[in-house]
Design a protein around this ligand. Structure first.
Ligand code: FAD
Length: 255
């Protein structure tokens, strides 16, 4: 085995480095151990949401200049505002080439809904992430009985505090009962492996169609599309309302 480069660490940095070297025609090996931070990521990428003094950033370009004034030793200050934005452009293009359809652009920071029903600024988010404004007025947050890493009531209460009409419901799928018997196994990634099984898709669609009746948006925990990345879009096409996925506690399917 002959390689032009060896990268130690297969997290976001190592993987992007590997893709760039591959695109430049170099053979490259990535050596990694353990889980990278991607296993915990919400599926949104951050660029700059707050300044060092805590001020929220609405416009990333002017925020970068202000950050560099406030914190001249920050790594962004060393790269410079235009350098950071140049890398941001390159990253957006690379992710698109890699087949990842993400919403957002550094010129337009957007707000994404958190599992606590609050909004947080993000640079790029997965296509089916719930971003402001949510579609329509009647929002239903759908939980899964026994799944402890997602609390639909917390999301709905957070939305209601902002004057958004929201209620909760539960996804009733007997297929999940076997997994539910062992709470330590009833985690997002294992649920996703089961829900991605095409044998359960008709049942899942039927249940979601019932839950969607009378609502503009269904919000589900992000536990679909791990092994069948096209499944969320298929479900969305078949449903009469918008379908968005909220990241759960780790391990994270979008990550
Ligand atoms: C809980 C959590 C949630 C986050 N959520 C988000 C988010 O939602 N959005 C966002 O933009 N950012 C998020 N971040 C930050 C983001 O994930 C990190 O900034 C980014 O992933 C860092 O990438 P990295 O490649 O530098 O490091 P890592 O992702 O940590 O990858 C480094 C890899 O190298 C391996 N490694 C280290 N040393 C060696 C060695 N000697 N030999 C072999 N392998 C080695 C490690 O085990 C690991 O797999 C989150 C971070 C955490 C911790």
């Amino acid at each position: 085995m002959k390689f032009d480069a060896v990268i130690i660490g297969g997290g976001l940095a190592g993987l992007i480095c590997g893709i760039k070297l591959g695109e430049a025609g170099l053979r490259c090996a990535i050596v990694s151990r353990g889980q990278s931070a991607l296993h915990f990521s919400s599926g949104s990428l951050d660029l700059l949401s707050h300044l060092a003094d805590g001020t929220p950033v609405e416009d990333i370009e002017s925020g970068l200049c202000e950050l560099i004034n406030q914190s001249p030793l920050h790594p962004y200050a060393r790269v410079g505002a235009s350098g950071v934005l140049d890398y941001a452009d390159q990253t957006e293009a690379l992710l698109a080439r890699a087949g990842l359809t993400l919403q957002g652009h550094w010129r337009y920071a957007h707000s994404r809904l958190t599992p606590l029903g609050q909004w947080r600024k993000a640079w790029l988010s997965q296509q089916d992430a719930p971003c402001a404004p949510l579609s329509g007025k009647r929002i239903r947050v759908v939980g899964i009985a026994g799944f402890l890493d997602f609390e639909p009531l917390m999301v709905a209460e957070g939305l209601k505090r902002q004057g958004i009409e929201a209620d909760t419901a539960e996804l009733a799928l007997p297929a999940l009962d076997a997994l539910r018997q062992n709470p330590s196994e009833f985690r997002s990634v294992n649920i996703a492996r089961m829900l991605d099984d095409p044998r359960f898709t008709p049942q899942l669609l039927q249940e979601l169609t019932t839950l969607a009746s009378g609502y503009d948006t269904l919000l589900l925990p992000a536990v679909i599309g791990l092994e069948q990345p096209e499944l969320p879009a298929q479900l969305q096409q078949a449903l009469p309302c918008a379908l968005n996925f909220i990241p759960t506690l780790p391990p994270s399917v979008p990550g």
